[in-house]
Design a protein around this ligand. Structure first.
Ligand code: SAM
Length: 268
């Protein structure tokens, strides 16, 4: 709908939103060749951990809802509250999946204390899940997010975080090898042809008149300000924060190089 006067997302059609989300998934897969496999492992773990067909699940840093929608396809009686601070990807998710039972999107910044107070949860969540998001947070915010999640989850509830989490700098060869495995897998995939990058996707979105105002709002929120170089890119920072938040068991369930699925379980 180029040329429309409406620029804050109302002009987005479901078809246009689906097109953007397809391109989103393709560019994300460029950086995580096994992204779908990690989604599958994460959803398997939710299914095995929660012990009920209708869990309440929080998706932290949901983007346009890629994980949430896959989870609901597998567990159609689940309720997923998908949280993000980016107005553009939230608008895409809302436009694409407005008819999806069990799915709602919430605009909240995980860097702010009390981010969960606006989620209108009517019971304790069974799980909090996240993909490729928590490494964006400053360390203090990551600690606070895990503490807030621990205060919300039901006894025995789980965190499942799929993200790049490298070993400590005291193990530099492991850090290098962890990266090398991802890069080699990326190269094998890229041999198949050109794919849009993260930057190119955002440039294209900013150039769409129906998304431009949302992109301006996103830039104003500085969601990406700590994305690169945060200590939250290290596994030990997550493990320490989860233990400090009161999780009883913390460990990796699935891994390729530094790309892993970290699980933490609340005391039951
Ligand atoms: C790489 S994307 C991943 C999105 C989605 N989970 C996926 O796997 O496709 C990272 C997401 O984290 C969100 N994010 C980063 N920092 C955030 C914060 N402080 N509060 C809420 N969301 C945040 C971004 O807006 C973005 O949508």
């Amino acid at each position: 709908m180029a040329g429309s006067a409406v620029t804050n997302g109302e002009a987005l059609t479901p078809e246009a939103a689906h097109g953007w989300i397809e391109r989103w998934d393709a560019q994300q897969q460029l950086y995580m060749p096994d992204r779908e496999e990690r989604f599958t492992a994460l959803i398997d773990a939710v299914e095995a951990a929660v012990g009920r067909p209708d869990p309440l699940v929080l998706d932290l840093g949901c983007g346009p809802g890629s994980l949430a929608i896959r989870l609901l396809r597998r567990l159609p009686r689940a309720t997923v509250v998908a949280v993000d601070a980016d107005p553009l990807t939230l608008a895409l998710g809302r436009a694409a999946w407005s008819g999806q039972a069990g799915l709602s999107f919430a605009d909240a910044d995980l860097r702010g204390p009390g981010w969960s107070s606006g989620l209108a949860l009517d019971r304790q969540p069974d799980a909090a899940v996240s993909t490729t998001t928590l490494h964006w947070l400053p360390e203090a915010a990551l600690n606070a997010v895990y503490a807030e999640v621990a205060s919300l989850l039901r006894p025995g509830g789980v965190v499942l975080n799929g993200d790049h989490m490298r070993e400590d700098d005291t193990a530099p060869r492991l850090v290098g090898l962890g990266r090398a495995l991802i890069e080699r897998a990326d190269q094998r995939r890229r041999a198949g042809g050109e794919t849009e990058t993260w930057d190119a996707w955002w440039q294209a979105a900013a150039a769409d008149p129906d998304l431009a105002a949302l992109n301006d709002e996103r830039l104003g929120r500085q969601v990406e300000s700590e994305h690169h170089g945060s200590p939250a890119g290290r596994l030990s920072v997550h493990v320490r924060a989860l233990r400090a938040a009161g999780f009883a068991e913390v460990g990796t369930l699935w891994q390729l190089g530094d790309n892993r699925l970290l699980c933490a379980v609340m005391p039951g």
